[in-house]
Design a protein around this ligand. Structure first.
Ligand code: HEC
Ligand code: HEC
Length: 266
């Protein structure tokens, strides 16, 4: 059969490219697994175990986000390369993300490898429509308390890059139950001076002797604690209203999609 002239002519042409393809595929499949077996090479599998223990609380079991952002992105804003990613994991992001003092250099390398592997997982598509959400943002009076891309006033936290800071489920929870999702370090306080009216505001700074607040008009106050009749910390309270009764579930989807699209990038 192989001696048939037709086969002689066809074989080299049709098989050569296929053999080449097989070698290329083999190389693709072999190279990464060979690396994973080298001692000292970071292992995403080992990273995943540490991630689920220490990071999932904020980033979700599969990295899909929550109190922290969705990490299933090919590029991370705060970690453009692996060195930046490792140092971010080691140092944390004060005050929102704790540092990794308990992690060994190997743990950090494995975590970084796992976080990078998440970049290959498709990002969840949100149900809402960001353009409609932007109209709701205006209608909801959000800019009375938040700055977004230079617009609004700054009593509440700035929302310019909120889409890289929080996951969608968490954003929705904030809109429904803002007191349940207070950002780290956030404290609402009431200061009652011995000779004046009570001031309610967000704590900016505090030490043993003084406290600084910002009220809803963005006015900043500084009090000496010895001048105060009372200083009431109001934990679990926030001036942000719940929007549960304001927006329908579909409108909330739109608003969440709009907020999630605010990455701080033009
Ligand atoms: C207490 C909550 C919390 C924990 C625990 C936490 N993070 Fe975060 N993480 C955050 C928040 C919030 C941000 C966004 C902060 C910001 O952008 O201001 C963040 C940001 C990040 C980013 C940057 C994302 C980007 O787009 O640039 C990476 C990467 C990251 N976290 C990885 C981890 C890893 C790995 C761990 C576990 C070792 C971890 N985080 C533990 C809350 C947390
Ligand atoms: C009366 C002022 C006020 C209004 C109006 C208001 N907010 Fe807020 N918002 C705050 C304050 C203060 C916080 C921080 C404490 C908290 O989370 O409740 C906050 C927190 C948030 C957060 C969480 C930020 C973070 O870092 O996790 C988001 C998201 C948010 N607001 C979105 C909105 C949107 C969208 C609207 C309009 C529909 C809105 N806010 C209306 C005051 C306000």
């Amino acid at each position: 059969m192989a001696s048939h002239p037709l086969f002689h002519r066809r074989t080299p042409r049709s098989q050569a490219p296929r053999a080449g393809l097989r070698i290329a595929l083999g190389a693709l499949l072999l190279v990464p697994s060979a690396f994973a077996q080298l001692p000292g090479q970071p292992s995403p599998g080992a990273g995943k175990v540490i991630f689920q223990q220490h990071c999932a609380l904020c980033h979700g079991l599969n990295g899909g986000g929550g109190r922290g952002p969705d990490l299933r992105r090919a590029t991370l804003d705060r970690a453009p390369d692996d060195a930046a990613l490792k140092s971010l994991i080691q140092l944390g992001i004060p005050p929102d993300m704790p540092d990794g003092w308990y992690l060994s250099p190997d743990d950090i390398a494995n975590l970084a490898a796992f976080v990078r592997s998440l970049g290959a997982v498709p990002k969840e598509t949100l149900p809402g429509n960001p353009a409609r959400g932007e109209l709701l943002y205006r209608r909801g009076g959000c800019s009375g308390c938040h700055i977004l891309a230079g617009q609004g006033s700054g009593f509440g936290p700035e929302l310019t890059g909120i889409g890289v800071k929080r996951g969608a489920a968490r954003l929705r929870q904030t809109l429904l139950h803002p007191a349940e999702t207070l950002p780290d370090g956030f404290l609402f306080v009431e200061a009652v001076p011995s000779d004046g009216r009570a001031v309610r505001g967000i704590r900016l700074n505090e030490d043993s002797f003084t406290i600084q607040l910002k009220d809803a008009q963005n006015k900043i106050y500084s009090f000496r604690k010895s001048d105060l009749r009372a200083l009431n910390k109001l934990p679990h309270q926030t001036p942000m209203p719940s929007f549960a009764a304001v927006f329908s579930p579909a409108e909330l989807d739109d608003l969440v999609a709009f907020l999630a699209s605010r990455t701080g990038r033009p």
